[in-house]
Design a binder for this molecule. Sequence first.
Ligand code: PLP
Length: 386
Amino acid sequence: MPFSDLSDELYELDAQGLLRHRRILESAQGVHVTVDGCDYLAFCSNDYLGLASHPGLIDAACRGAGQYGVGAGASHLIVGHSEAHHKLELALAEFLELPQALLFSTGYMANLGIVSALLGRNDVVLADKLNHASLNDAALLSRARFVRYSHLDLQHLEQALIGAKGRRKLVVTDAVFSMDGDVAPVPELLALCERYDAYLMVDDAHGFGVLGEHGRGILEHFNVQSPRIVYMATLGKAAGVFGAFVAGNDALIQTLIQRARTYIYTTAFPPLLATALLASLHLFREEGWRRAHLRELIAYLKAHLHMERWPLLPSDTPIQPLMIGGNQEAVQLAEALRMQGILVPAIRPPTVPKGQARLRISLSAAHSKEDVRRLCEALNEIEKNA
Ligand SMILES: *Cc1c(COP(=O)(O)O)cnc(C)c1O
């Protein structure tokens, strides 16, 4: 039989509790969703500010479609770089107080493009072990020497920097770790990069819009700025839309325009998304209550979840992982919640290390306290009866 080798591998995945399934979302993204015909209270999305189906963004997208049509029709370097993209790049740079910004179609593509444009065979990339998969793939694609240091371990990183021989050195890190919710010590990382003349690339996918008083992300959170930093964030999470960008100095952005293959050889994302994103930046400014409410929900969850068997990882971000351990057990727990109308995703290897399957609870400014109370009560009850 053709592909029977693949079927064997799939059977094996299933036996290990690692087979993944897609659910069909029938409503707009939000905290109350309809999935496969049932209504749920959801703690699954990265829509941290609750903007993904905000009427202001929908209006802006419709206006964008009216003005620019639906498809960009070409790459940025041919004729796909619309006025809306351009305005969004200017607005992002201004918002972050950085010289320039450059849009990419997705965060995954931005990471591949940035690392492989900046590094080649004679260079070294030093990466936190728990970085997002796209950063690891980026390092491999660049063909630079790839050194991974233990999670948040500055001593280990320093040793790796001392041993790193190469034309250019790039330290790469998630700002907020996507499956753990903890935060990289950016000022200390930057100090090491200064001492050993390395660049620091920060992937702020989960911090942009969320961290900092104004939502400017990890750089505002730590109040750091440096021409050594390659700042990257995505626009499909807190910003509620789609896409990604890099921000930094002029030489960095020019180099990416000239060399980043995932920028050059792909269609620009639809301009209507850029008009929607301009509206989300506006809401970052105008609706600061979203961040304040989110912070309250995080504190509320941590105060009201009384778990002993399954501890919450220490995290002050909207990503609140409940450590389960076994794959099947994590899936069963998610299933028990689902039976009560609550969706929380079970995250299993290879997304997280073996034996560290977890429920990844993610909070959104669109949740009410009552929503979070319901989740806590359900989990506390399940543990009591387990
Ligand atoms: C989601 C994510 C990405 C990928 O971004 P997309 O725009 O979804 O492709 C990259 N890095 C991190 C840390 C992420 O969480």
